[in-house]
Design a protein. Structure first.
Lengths: 305, 451
């Protein structure tokens, strides 16, 4: 069902998906993202933890004033996660290492096949052709299934609001910038060029290029290239990603592939059960009329598929 | 109530009172008592005082949740978006409500008419369980007034929750229809009852379909979070089967539990048939539950073997898992099997209570306790969240009791089918219409002896 919607959207959007690609989509079950999708490459070896991206995001998205200012280093003492008041946070890792700490910017990774999107029962999420995963607060019921589903623990919920609580997360500055071809605010402000904005396909090439040019500087992995079906945000790291708080146990399949077993079973139950149980009813009735009594045999095993 | 019956009160079990006059709706609502008598018996019941205390504290807090927001009432955690309202209220109430479709199937599809004394209780148990699961959901949703959105405004048909929403909504209506035949008898609307009877088979079959799917779907919801649910409670291939299969003994044992409580605390309400057949029916239900539990334990172990998760058993989480499966499933299986064979009803009932506990623990474990097992902190629900959950559960008990007191669930409404078509203008004296084998009006003391 999901795939059909995706492909429909592709065709309607007038993208250049050829028939061959469509067939591949049906057959292989791996949507590799829109060809024009943009993304951001984060080079954690360049990040100095200045948090100017956090400040820029706060300003661009008109978020509330933070509890402490953006140059307060004390926030690094604990790992933080994105919330409804901060769409991006920078965490510090490897504090005791002689090579110095490593900083990691956390925000929505804008998956190719987002778990939040596939888990939403009112279709509040959209993956735009530019690669952003955006959210429609007008239809959100507030079940928070997206927060359960997100493998990166990104969406934050406005628990404080009684009348209009909504999910809040990074939207890649879609409304104000990405739509007009501009990079997100955090990328633009970064003084270290730790963040690179571009076509996702180009960024993957760039990332591998950097690893090849300076293999001592990086571990040979681009996080987000394949994880959960690929994400628009990609990361390079000087040490193992697990040491920087990344979940390295994620599968390369999108989250929805876990759910497909069940979704595939649904139409089968819908079509087989009526005949099966009406049939059993007829048999039972017949037997009754034939004078066979029922004794103590259990009724339960028959209700199991 | 017991005392009043000893003093010669005739309980309401037919449209006519002992003088052969037609009872009014008010009379039926007040259980045949005068308003002052009714209040007196309500005040005399200590359980009502406990309920009153819960409501006195809980209702203001429940109202406060809608004025001050979820952050005020619940943990409001981004890492644990589903707290007690869903972890307990939705995920535990729904499996305990699978009784409706199971007994419906047994009686209507397989023709097990010997189970009929309990069928209506099982249907009601299903309806109320679902209804209050939805109440918990409404307390939890950020914008509960948008609950119909997945039906009318915006569709996300690829989402498991979409399926749950549609199925629970449809199934609720199916269950309302199933239970309504008892209501039609009570209110005196035989045409309605006949209409329901005509579509019973259809209702029952749709009940099976919808239950299979959404009991499973509640499990499938967790397959969206493969890294967050602890591997021992997670199985990408079998999660929905685990939830579906464990809901079967859960629902049956819930009926055993409720019928036990009802037979003890409202013995006057059950009729001769109910009290006489209860043990036999309980044995049948327990047998069904045993098969369900045995299957559940097997598929649970298969899932562990399938993904080779044995190593996890040797951790703290593993011990907790073993506690759940031993105390919540294996021990009750043993107890019920033993009880059924030796006809020791107390042992059977103890096993059923433990199964209910096991199923609830399993759901709470999956949704809350072991959820986010990789994160360093556990979320302990704050007191307001606990109080609200308790308040909704107390409302569940009150509504349950209200209906059991009145509608012909535990007793047969004394009116024969053909007489329902008799125009109401010709009232037949009630005493004359009663079957001679039934308990005469004057001897309710014989029934109160049962408690």
């Amino acid at each position: 069902m999901k795939r059909r919607n995706f492909l429909k959207a592709c065709l309607i959007g007038g993208t250049t998906i050829a028939l061959g690609k469509t067939n591949k989509g049906w057959a292989s079950g791996s949507f590799e993202g829109y060809p024009e999708a943009m993304g951001v490459l984060v080079d954690t070896t360049r990040c100095i933890g200045c948090r100017s991206c956090e400040a820029a995001c706060n300003k661009e998205q008109k978020l509330p004033e933070p509890d402490t200012s953006f140059d307060d280093p004390s926030v690094f003492e604990h790992d933080r996660r994105p919330t409804s008041k901060a769409y991006t946070v920078v965490n510090r890792y490897q504090k005791e290492q002689p090579s110095g700490p490593v900083y990691r910017k956390v925000q929505c990774n804008h998956c190719n096949e987002p778990a939040c999107l596939t888990s939403c029962f009112v279709n509040a999420y959209t993956k735009t052709k530019e690669g952003a995963v955006i959210y429609n607060s007008k239809v959100c019921v507030g079940c928070r299934n997206c927060m359960i589903a997100c493998p990166f623990n990104v969406p934050g919920y406005d628990y404080d609001s009684a009348t209009n609580p909504i999910v809040k997360k990074c939207i890649l500055c879609y409304d104000t910038r990405l739509k007009y071809g501009k990079p997100p605010a955090c990328v633009e402000i970064c003084p270290q060029e730790a963040l690179t904005f571009g076509h996702r396909a180009d960024l993957i090439k760039l990332a591998h290029e950097r690893i090849r040019a300076t293999p001592d500087r990086y571990v040979d992995h681009v996080y987000g290239e394949k994880e959960v079906g690929g994400t628009s945000w990609l990361y390079l790291a000087p040490v193992g990603f697990d040491k920087l708080g990344f979940d390295t146990t994620l599968s390369n399949d999108p989250i929805i592939s876990n759910v497909k077993d069940f979704l595939g079973m649904v139409p089968m139950v819908l079509s087989i059960w009526p005949a099966l149980f009406s049939g059993i009813h007829l048999l039972a009735k017949h037997e009754e009329q034939g004078g066979h009594g029922h004794d103590t045999d259990s009724n339960q095993e028959d209700t199991k598929p | 109530m017991k005392k009043m019956i000893q003093h010669g009160l005739a309980i309401v079990d037919s449209p006519y009172d002992e003088d052969g006059k037609k009872r009014t709706l008010l009379n039926k609502l007040l259980l045949g008592l005068t308003p002052s008598q009714y209040l007196l018996q309500a005040f005399r019941n200590p359980f009502n005082w406990i309920l009153g205390a819960i409501f006195a504290i809980g209702i203001p807090i429940l109202i406060g949740r809608f004025f001050f927001g979820l952050a005020w009432a619940t943990s409001g955690s981004n890492d644990y978006p589903w707290g007690l309202f869903l972890g307990f209220g939705l995920f535990a109430m729904v499996p305990l409500s699978s009784s409706g479709f199971q007994l419906g199937t047994a009686c209507e599809i397989f023709g097990r008419h010997d189970l009929e004394p309990i069928e209506r209780l099982a249907l009601l148990n299903g309806l109320l369980g679902y209804f209050f699961a939805v109440m918990y959901l409404l307390a939890d949703l950020g914008q509960p007034w948008r609950l119909p959105y997945p039906m009318v405004v915006s569709f996300g048909p690829a989402a498991v929750l979409f399926l749950v929403a549609w199925h629970v909504a449809t199934y609720l209506s199916v269950q309302v229809a199933e239970v309504s035949s008892a209501f039609f008898e009570w209110i005196g609307f035989p045409a309605g009852k006949r209409a329901i009877r005509r579509i019973t088979l259809g209702l029952t079959v749709s009940g099976i379909i919808l239950s299979t799917l959404h009991q499973g779907a509640l499990g499938a919801l967790f397959t969206y979070a493969p890294g967050k649910v602890h591997p021992l409670w997670y199985s990408s291939s079998f999660q929905w089967l685990h939830f579906f299969v464990s809901s079967l003994p859960g629902g049956l044992c819930m009926v055993i539990t409720v019928s036990t409580i009802a037979a003890k605390t409202m013995a006057w309400r059950g009729d001769h048939r109910f009290h006489e057949k209860l043990d036999k029916v309980t044995v049948s239900l327990a047998k069904g539950a045993c098969m369900g539990i045995a299957t559940y334990i097997t598929i649970k172990l298969i899932a562990i073997a399938h993904d080779n998760k044995w190593a996890y058993l040797d951790t703290g989480w593993g011990q907790w898992f073993m506690f759940e499966i031993i105390v919540g499933f294996m021990l009750p299986l043993t107890l019920m099997t033993y009880g059924v064979h030796t006809r020791k009803m107390n042992v059977v009932r103890l096993g059923a209570f433990m199964t209910v506990f096991g199923v609830v623990l399993n759901r709470v474990n999956t949704a809350m306790i072991t959820f986010n097992w990789k994160l360093p902190h556990r979320e302990i629900p704050p007191w307001r969240e606990v109080i609200i959950s308790l308040t909704i559960f107390a409302t569940y008990i009150v509504v349950y009791r209200f209906i059991l007191y009145r509608l012909p669930i535990l007793f047969k409404w004394r009116q024969q089918e053909q007489e329902e078509t008799v125009p109401e203008a010709v009232p037949v004296p009630a005493l004359g219409r009663r079957e001679p084998s039934r308990v005469p009006v004057a001897s309710y003391s014989s029934m109160t002896k049962l408690d």
